[in-house]
Design a binder for this molecule. Structure first.
Ligand SMILES: Nc1ncnc2c1ncn2[C@@H]1O[C@H](COP(=O)(O)OP(=O)(O)OP(=O)(O)O)[C@@H](O)[C@H]1O
Length: 298
């Protein structure tokens, strides 16, 4: 098959994917989105012969628009634009999870400093303020006091980009010093890891320690539901444990986020699972299914 990779920078994650595809003799078309003009009717030539497109754009806005074009050109794309749109925005992400009955941290959205302050006081201290768009834990604030809240809100209102004027206030989850990242393809886990840190942000990008994690039935159920809630695809599903029993086993979970252009280098390093191989297996199946569906409707 000919796999188009939408990208603006080739990271280690993309290299892993490209190596696996080439080892299996698949053709790879690298599509640097910075160099394309996406016409509303005629696809750029680079898409000729491409069977499936994998979106690996770093910038969310590019992901959302470029995948929309690929879909309009009639080429299967993972993840699709609807999924990208939900995952790219924490508000849409939270709403989708709630609608699907997936436990997720309670969240308020407010449009003014005063309304946000009322939410913060309601949640109590500490609570969390997140930018609606962003990743790697950037510009996230754990608010420990009213003084801190006032300062952060004022900074955001005065200095922030317009997206920072949407205040996303969330309850603080007292997790056991770690969160769980599951890489899943259409709700089927490929591998999972815990990210452990003394810092309240436990993102791998922030230097957290990582280790493998065995998913129990409840986690499996939530991963499937969380994936469905955003339309499926190759996703990174982030969970926090909301309690652990005497033996250190999770009592329940809350899903705080589903990521659409998920990084898997850190996971590959920690697990025995051949992550890129699993991802390419899934892609191959997807393309076969698309081809069969095309033959049936033809
Ligand atoms: N409500 C919360 N209570 C406690 N800790 C939280 C909460 N929300 C997030 N965290 C911590 O902050 C980290 C980053 O959160 P989140 O995933 O929402 O941010 P992000 O910028 O989208 O990160 P990434 O892109 O790596 O997923 C999580 O890994 C978790 O450890």
């Amino acid at each position: 098959m000919n796999v188009g990779i939408l990208y603006s920078r080739i990271r280690q994650d993309e290299k892993l994917l490209l190596n696996e595809l080439r080892e299996r003799d698949h053709e790879v078309t690298k599509i640097d989105v910075r160099k394309q003009q996406f016409n509303i009717e005629d696809p750029p030539e680079i898409f000729d012969g491409v069977d499936v497109v994998v979106d690996r754009c770093l910038a969310t806005s590019r992901s959302v628009y470029a995948t929309k074009f690929v879909e309009a050109y009639g080429i299967p794309v993972v993840n699709g634009p609807e999924t990208a749109e939900i995952c790219a925005d924490k508000v849409k992400n939270s709403l989708a999870l709630v609608e699907a009955g997936v436990p997720t941290p309670n969240t308020d959205v407010a449009f003014t400093k005063d309304a946000a302050m009322a939410s913060i006081e309601e949640f109590g201290y500490p609570c969390v303020l997140k930018p609606v768009v962003g990743s790697w834990g950037r510009l996230m604030a754990k608010i420990d006091s009213k003084d801190a809240a006032e300062a952060i809100l004022e900074h955001k209102e005065t200095l922030g980009h317009y997206e920072h004027k949407i205040f996303y206030v969330q309850e603080f989850v007292d997790k056991p010093g770690r969160d769980i990242r599951v890489l899943a393809t259409d709700g089927e886990p490929v591998a999972a890891m815990v990210r452990e840190s003394e810092h309240w942000l436990t993102n791998a990008a922030k230097g957290a320690d990582t280790d493998t994690f065995e998913l129990d039935d409840r986690a499996l159920e939530l991963v499937e539901k969380a994936s469905d809630s955003v339309g499926g695809g190759l996703l990174g599903i982030d969970l926090m444990e909301t309690g652990v029993d005497e033996d250190g086993n999770p009592e329940d979970y809350t899903v705080h986020e589903v990521n659409h252009t998920v990084e898997f280098k850190a996971l590959s390093e920690v697990t025995d699972v051949d992550v890129p191989a699993k991802v390419v297996d899934w892609l191959e199946t997807k393309v076969e299914e698309e081809a069969e569906a095309g033959e049936v409707s033809a």
